[in-house]
Design a protein around this ligand. Structure first.
Ligand code: C2O
Length: 468
């Protein structure tokens, strides 16, 4: 195998050549893995997908199986999925090689890019039921368990951080009320990347009942892997921004966390510290088209556990909160009265310190989630249509994970999900226009339910307003 392999943009491959060899080999290898009918074989398609999630009860698992292991809602989301993808890629590559294909085969990525609208659709090689050629053989990349004609809504896949604002520079945080790129420490909330585009793409492609819509089936869809390859690329892209985005490199809780995926002779065990940079061994891959990496970050070998510099901040302060909000009747608007703590903004004693106004939707739960997506707006004029006020859009979240996080089992607390949106830029604009009243903030949550008028039973525990 080449020293370092390139993960390529699947739409670019397709445009260069329909059924480009990288895609065609993926299809053949997926066909091989699907043909392994023994689900206890760690290379079988079903085994690989069950590592992410499964509805098979634990007593029926093959011995040694590490199934149902996906890490979500926190700072292990990105490293766990990076390790999982690496494991999968090694198995697919070995299969490609066994079939006579190239030793440097690498998993492509699906870059759904609103600036290039064609890419908001599934790559054509995934949408067609049969392979090219006269025989009309079934296409292993195709499944009826997705919306094959989906066009991802541009607002849901903006690779920025929601509401068109840039990603947070902070990877993680101990605090509720702080937005993060990679997810909070405590595992109860999601980082910006996990919410959008990650969750949105799952639910839009899965369409509610397809494979991609639920943890226990998502990885059975061959597009799952190209979606996560893109999420993984966005992490690497974020890391490479101008001044090297800060990650908790000196926090051993994160760095020394170890994950094992697979079993027997198809197993991968890695620590988070081994997957910080994709070009480093043992990962050894890069993404086409990314800016040059920042100067190598010295990764400390063993240091006492302590907070990273980005965490050594004052906790944000809760200045107001709504009551419980039931979303079963469609769009809801609430008013949040705030205490008079306006003097915290900005903090004159520490100029340059992060000052953030955040909206936190806490304990979002549901057992029957029909809406695919919820958008969140601040201070909409009376009767205004949310879609026409992008300047007041705090962000949005998909239904992905709500049902899983509302169950209490050995993996989830049942307390639901928490979504944090940075509304500092909106507050800034409103203040400049003389339209910001710090004593009352109005929040509108709009479910997008597609064809159905029934939006299910989602409840938001409360909406908190935090000054950071
Ligand atoms: Cu673990 Cu995109 O899911």
């Amino acid at each position: 195998m080449a020293e370092i392999v390139e993960r390529a943009d699947v739409w670019t491959l397709h445009r260069n050549e329909p059924w480009h060899p990288t895609i065609a080999w993926y299809a053949r290898a997926v066909g091989e893995l699907k043909a392994i009918t023994d689900v206890a074989d760690p290379r079988s398609w079903r085994y690989l997908a069950n590592i992410h999630g499964t509805s098979v009860p634990r007593p029926s698992w093959p011995s040694g199986a590490t199934w149902d292991a996906c890490e979500h809602f926190g700072w292990y989301f990105l490293p766990w999925h990076r390790i999982y993808l690496h494991h999968f890629e090694k198995i697919v590559r070995a299969t490609v090689v066994a079939l006579g294909g190239p030793a440097d085969w690498a998993l492509p990525y699906w870059n759904y890019d609103p600036a290039d609208p064609e890419t908001l659709a599934l790559p054509p090689e995934f949408r067609t039921p049969t392979l090219p050629g006269p025989a009309g053989t079934a296409n292993p990349l195709f499944t009826t368990r997705r919306l094959n004609d989906v066009v991802l809504p541009a607002t849901e896949v903006e690779t920025s951080g929601g509401g068109g604002e840039p990603w947070s520079r902070q990877f993680s945080s101990e605090f509720v009320g702080r937005t993060t790129f990679g997810g909070p420490v405590d595992g109860q909330g999601m980082g910006q990347l996990e919410v959008e585009p990650h969750g949105s793409v799952h639910v839009e492609v899965g369409g509610g009942s397809g494979f991609m819509s639920a943890f226990e089936t998502a990885a059975r869809d061959p597009i799952f892997w190209l979606h996560h390859s893109n999420i993984d690329r966005l992490w690497e892209w974020w890391r490479r921004q101008a001044d090297d985005q800060p990650m908790p490199l000196d926090d051993t809780r994160w760095m020394d966390k170890e994950f094992t995926v697979g079993t027997a002779d198809a197993v991968t065990t890695m620590k988070v510290r081994e997957v910080i940079a994709t070009t480093d061994a043992p990962l050894g891959y890069f993404y086409e088209g990314l800016p040059a990496p920042p100067a190598p970050v010295p990764v400390p070998e063993a240091v006492p556990q302590r907070r990273g510099p980005e965490l050594a901040e004052q906790p944000p302060e809760l200045v107001g909160a709504s009551d419980r909000l039931r979303m079963d009747t469609g769009e809801r608007t609430v008013r949040i009265a705030t205490d008079s703590v306006v003097e915290r903004l900005p903090r004159p004693e520490s100029p340059g310190a992060p000052v953030e106004v955040a909206l936190v939707l806490e304990n979002v739960t549901g057992t029957d989630v029909r809406a695919r997506y919820y958008s969140v707006h601040v201070n909409l004029p009376d009767g205004a249509a949310p879609a026409e006020h992008a300047d007041r859009r705090a962000g949005g979240f998909s239904a992905f994970g709500i049902v899983e996080a509302s169950r209490s089992d050995d993996k989830h607390s049942g307390s639901g999900l928490t979504f944090t949106f940075d509304i500092t830029p909106i507050v800034g604009r409103l203040t400049a226009a003389g339209e910001w009243d710090p004593s009352i903030v109005q929040v509108t949550v709009t479910p997008e339910a597609g064809d159905t008028a029934d939006v299910g039973d989602v409840t938001i525990g409360r909406i908190g307003l935090y000054y950071g």
